[in-house]
Unconditional design. Structure first.
Length: 507
């Protein structure tokens, strides 16, 4: 049986390139201005090893399974002919996937005034409804920018009627519910759905599903804020573990593995069942292709278990401790540039980023290079973490950053190629993944504790900031691309004017 050793080596190289800069930054800080206890440093290094191996398995697994499964299901659904059935299946898929998302359970615990099951069902319903809206947009070939403007106007109107403590949790929910496993599947679903269309807008319409699905949780949580009038959104950070020896180190990870083995199994189950039903009823992949997908699902499962255990057990304490130490320095404003450097590199370690970049390159036939997109995302996330650290140090409301940011992003959508708008709004959900929750959020929380701020108001909102700035950065890339394309066309026209078409034919 071919288990793809060559591709695993290629993915291992990618994972090392993504994670090594973060390791280098943390080690540099720990041996200079922010000394870390040896136990926490060992947790971080052991977690980094799991992170690298997990990324290797996940990126290959998603390529082998999630992408072909999503594309094939999307194509079959688009060809079904019964619109009502297609939309019902989309709602069911969005709902079930979201209910089983591990990060949603964490979000539910942060809002004690709302019953957990009510919040989970509301958020899942929001994702299901917005996935239906995304599919309707593709069926009717409606512009994404107009829908985004409409839905974000509703969201921002709602923000004026809920308590300030609740605002950050609501906007963070959009990032945490689009996890590293569901995002590649949903993106592939859109590509498959658009593949049956032959019009000139099919390519740009293949993106945008994640963009709309990210709005659903925000709207749902804001509506719950109106109904329940939450008065207590206090948050008690988890204690930093004290490790005395190697046995204590192993105990931290051995207690984390069972949790993520169960959570990822529950999270992967709905997609697997959905695919199995389609395979039996209509897809009927051949044995070799089916075996490849099964191997991919297994790799995806192993990769996410290792990745999330490494991130949550190993990276979280280091992020929290570093933030607390750096913010406690006499020159605490150094937190801003350090946060920006960490943000620049840490987005490369988000597992779904590589899936997005590969799909963008494939759909655009290399017209939008993955390297340029990766650089734009890094610059965007660096900016967002810098602004998030300003919030931590000053206590400025999240709304003063989020509202202008989205206004700029939505205005840009009128001046850049439509495909860049769709990719930009998708990338916001992809960039705000588990690495943001496991390292950057604890980093902000530790800093907030050191300066005596309000953790819920000032530290939470990092996920929302990380989800916002790529919308601007990728669209700026689109504007540059449009300018260069226009200049190239003008130079070719000038060349024709000088020589004449007949002269060029003779040459």
């Amino acid at each position: 049986m071919n288990l793809y050793p060559t591709k695993l080596t290629e993915k291992l190289t990618e994972a090392l390139k993504a994670v090594l800069p973060i390791i280098g930054i943390v080690l540099f800080l720990s041996f200079s201005i922010a000394p870390i206890p040896s136990g926490i440093l060992l947790l971080f290094l052991f977690g980094a090893v799991l992170l690298v191996i997990g990324m290797m398995f996940f990126t290959l697994g998603a390529e082998l399974s999630m992408t072909p499964m999503g594309e094939k299901i999307g194509t079959k659904m688009a060809n079904a002919g019964h619109v009502g059935l297609v939309l019902l299946l989309c709602f069911a898929l969005g709902f079930v996937i979201t209910v089983s998302e591990p990060d949603l359970q964490v979000l539910a615990e942060q809002v004690p005034s709302i019953p957990n099951h009510i919040l989970i069902l509301a958020v899942a319903g929001g994702v299901g409804l917005f996935l239906v809206a995304a599919m309707l947009r593709m069926l009717l070939s409606k512009p994404l920018s107009m829908l985004l403007i409409l839905f974000y106007m509703i969201v921002f109107i709602l923000t004026f009627f809920i308590p300030g403590d609740f605002l950050t949790v609501a906007f963070d929910s959009g990032g945490v519910t689009t996890g590293p496993m569901t995002v590649p599947f949903i993106m592939a679903l859109g590509i498959g759905f658009a593949a049956v269309r032959s019009d000139r807008h099919a390519e740009e319409d293949s993106f945008g599903l994640v963009a709309l699905c990210s709005i659903g949780p925000v709207a749902a949580v804001l509506l719950l804020g109106l109904l329940y009038h939450p008065a207590d959104t206090g948050y008690a950070p988890a204690p930093v573990p004290e490790i005395q020896d190697s046995v204590g180190l192993w105990n931290c990870f051995s207690s984390g593995f069972p949790k993520y083995i169960k959570e990822i199994a529950l999270s992967l189950l709905p997609i697997t069942i959905f695919f199995a039903l389609f395979q039996v009823i209509s897809i009927r992949f051949k044995k070799k292709k089916l075996l490849k997908i099964i191997i991919g699902i297994l790799y995806t499962y192993i990769g996410l278990v290792l990745f999330l255990t490494g991130a949550n057990v190993g990276f979280m304490p280091a992020g929290n401790y570093l933030g607390e130490i750096i913010a406690g320095l006499p020159y605490r404003y150094i937190l801003i540039p350090i946060g920006m450097v960490i943000g620049f590199f840490i987005v490369k370690a988000e597992p779904a980023i590589y899936v997005l970049m590969e799909q963008v390159e494939e759909i655009t036939s290399g017209a939008i290079p993955g390297r340029a997109m990766g650089l734009s995302l890094s610059l965007g996330v660096a900016s967002s973490i810098g602004l998030a650290m300003v919030r931590v140090l000053t206590g400025i409301s999240l709304l003063w950053f989020i509202l202008p940011g989205y206004i700029i992003a939505l205005c840009l959508s009128f001046f850049v190629p439509k495909i860049f708008t769709a990719i930009a709004f998708d990338s916001g959900g992809v960039a705000s993944g588990p690495m943001t929750a496991a390292f950057l959020l604890p980093f902000a929380m530790g800093a907030c504790q050191a300066v005596g701020g309000n953790i819920v108001q000032d530290a939470f909102g990092v996920v929302a900031m990380v989800a916002m700035t790529p919308l601007i950065a990728i669209q700026i890339l689109g504007a540059v691309y449009k300018f260069k394309s226009g200049r190239k066309e003008r130079s070719e026209e000038s060349y024709l004017d000088i020589w004449g078409e007949d002269d060029i034919i003779e040459l």
